[in-house]
Ligand binder design. Structure first.
Ligand SMILES: Cc1cc2nc3c(=O)[nH]c(=O)nc-3n(C[C@H](O)[C@H](O)[C@H](O)COP(=O)(O)OP(=O)(O)OC[C@H]3O[C@@H](n4cnc5c(N)ncnc54)[C@H](O)[C@@H]3O)c2cc1C
Length: 353
């Protein structure tokens, strides 16, 4: 059943010198040498046949909520705008939906909740597109995309073929997948399939902020739409809206260190928060390290760290890409000097810095 029809795609092939200010949530001024909007798989096929899709020279862009562009981007920028939502399969208990990679993620989540399709309500209000969601296995409030992932279709820039990826092919991990490693810059995700519940929804409410929210609202047995609503309210109260202040969410990943290294740090900082990944590895919240290094709420020129969340770097006004990059690298150095821990950006750096 087709819920939302696909768009026709007869726009100009490749544009030159395109301003990227409106397509990155950090709101930096940047220009792409070459830029194309992709509204269909057939447009990708046309570009491939013309020899335009050279893996190393292409950057695939969704909503631009997880990127920092350099002032000039010389790679061909493909903005994925493939639309359409279809119900592929339906039983009394489950539904499989197929969504175009260009669909807005939050709108898709909202549509699912409205139709009583459960499993992605904890991922409400994450900015960006549906096609980018598997790339870093988006996660929030105790849930990750991989839990509802069914399969995806992606265009192979090396062979010009459309390939199906099952869950095990994607090698999902914390904010990670095969599309960030082995297949980085090779595949363009065109469609995502999700398997969602129609009955007996599993409500995930173990995350502390969610529990506290439910307690405060006197909701004893939250249902799927309660989780959706709570996540939206919590996120709005904690995270800056890119429409008000430029940002790309968490700038760094939470570092994972060895248990041995952790016990040494714990002696010096007994209050250090930690989450066990497995027997030998511990995850530390990067926000805590950054805050401890004195960066929370700090501002240098047009760039700063958000007052309520040290992991979010914000553009206070007209920050240039180089300024944001330098600010981030200074945070990285402080954390390294103080704790000996190497922070790795979660945000994708695009272009020369
Ligand atoms: C305020 C805020 C809050 C956020 N909160 C969260 C959060 O809670 N959890 C979380 O996981 N993330 C969060 N993020 C990060 C971001 O929203 C996600 O990473 C999102 O999935 C990025 O989507 P996008 O379409 O904007 O991708 P982009 O930023 O455009 O691209 C991100 C990466 O995906 C690749 N990509 C994009 N589309 C495709 C495609 N169709 N095929 C292949 N590769 C593609 C790009 O090449 C790039 O490497 C937040 C960001 C902001 C600004």
């Amino acid at each position: 059943m087709v819920i939302k029809p696909k768009e026709s795609d007869n726009r100009t092939e490749i544009l030159k010198d395109v301003d990227l200010s409106a397509v990155n949530t950090l709101g930096v001024r940047a220009v792409a040498d070459r830029f194309a909007k992709i509204g269909s798989v057939s447009k990708l096929e046309r570009l491939y046949q013309k020899g335009e899709l050279q893996e190393k020279d292409v950057f695939v862009l969704g909503g631009g909520s997880n990127v920092l562009f350099a002032e000039r981007v010389s790679r061909l920028l493909l903005k994925i705008e493939i639309e359409g939502i279809e119900i592929e399969e339906e039983t009394d208990n489950h539904v499989i939906i197929r969504a175009g990679a260009g669909e807005n993620w939050h709108q898709l989540v909202s549509w699912c909740v409205k139709n009583n399709f459960g499993g992605i309500e904890n991922l409400a209000l994450i900015p960006g597109t549906t096609g980018a969601a598997p790339v870093q296995n988006i996660g929030a409030y105790g849930a990750e995309l991989e839990e509802v992932f069914y399969k995806l279709e992606a265009f192979d820039m090396r062979t010009g073929e459309l390939k199906k990826f099952e869950k095990e092919d994607c090698e999902f991990a914390y904010r990670d997948s095969v599309f960030k490693r082995r297949y980085k810059n090779r595949f363009i995700i065109t469609h995502l399939y999700l398997k969602l519940t129609k009955a007996e929804h599993t409500v995930e409410c173990s995350y502390r902020a969610l529990r506290e929210h439910m307690d405060a609202k006197n909701i004893g047995n939250p249902e799927m739409p309660d989780i959706y609503q709570a996540v939206i309210e919590i996120r709005k109260s904690k995270l800056p809206d890119p429409a008000d202040i430029g940002n790309a969410g968490s700038f760094f990943k939470n570092p994972v260190i060895s248990a041995g290294r952790f016990s040494m740090l714990e002696k010096k900082y007994p209050e250090i928060p930690a989450y066990r990944v497995d027997t030998g590895r511990i995850k530390i919240p990067a926000a805590w390290l950054i805050e401890k290094a004195g960066w929370k709420g700090k501002r240098v020129g047009n760039v700063g760290t958000y007052k309520n969340q040290a992991l979010v770097i914000v553009n206070h006004g007209d920050a240039e890409a180089a300024e944001i990059y330098e600010y981030a690298m200074n945070i990285k150095k402080s954390v390294k000097d103080l704790f000996g821990i190497e922070l790795v950006p979660e945000v994708n750096l695009v272009g020369e810095f």
